[in-house]
Design a protein around this ligand. Structure first.
Ligand code: GDP
Length: 178
């Protein structure tokens, strides 16, 4: 059998409407069923070359914010299976920014002993006149919660490649600089 390059599972978190599906659609890739996700979530798999090395990313867009019982099971499952997390909020929606902080806390609680990479993403930067959360606030929040930070616009396809490349770099950093 062929040696496989590393394959990492990245889970998208964030309030409904912040742009998770739009971001993953730009990442594109082949739609797959994640063997670890028994809850019917959609995953996208794509190989990408970062710093001259190939990696396969499996990106899960399965997060549901509803609080029904079966959803809460799915939520805790999502918090367990990621090798890395992308927490998305919309810069036009302060509530989604508050939710992002809560998600960071849930994640830390769920994966206490682990140092998993987390990227905080402020999406919809193209909607300049509707902005409710400044870039500085996003940066400060990321510093407090010990995450990386990037602002994106799925609409303008701005910083989306950089986001997924950044995820790969963060995962590699924690694996001894591979
Ligand atoms: P999800 O619920 O988090 O998966 O969010 P969606 O990807 O479904 O996006 C919700 C809505 O926001 C859709 O109408 C998208 O077209 C829109 N949207 C997503 N990203 C952006 C963006 O960067 N800029 C603008 N203007 N709209 C966006």
């Amino acid at each position: 059998p062929r040696l496989r390059e590393p394959r990492y599972r990245v889970v998208l978190l964030g309030d409904p409407g912040v742009g998770k599906t739009s971001l993953v659609n730009l990442f594109a890739g082949v739609q797959e069923r994640d063997p670890l996700d028994q809850h019917g979530g959609v995953a996208y798999e794509r190989r990408l070359t970062v710093d001259g090395e190939e990696t396969t990313l499996l990106v899960l867009d399965a997060w549901e914010s509803e609080q029904r019982d079966e959803e809460s099971q799915r939520r805790s499952h999502c918090l367990q299976i990621g090798n890395a997390y992308i927490i998305v909020y919309s810069v036009t929606d302060r509530d989604s920014f508050e939710s992002a902080s809560e998600l960071r806390i849930h994640l830390r609680r769920a994966r206490q002993a682990e140092d998993i990479p987390i990227i905080l993403v402020g999406n919809k930067t193209d909607l300049v006149r509707c902005r409710e959360v400044s870039e500085e606030e996003g940066q400060a929040c990321a510093a407090v919660f010990d995450c990386k930070f990037i602002e994106t616009s799925a609409a303008l396809q701005h910083n989306v490649d950089e986001l997924f490349e950044g995820v790969v770099r963060q995962i590699r950093l924690r694996q001894g600089g591979k």
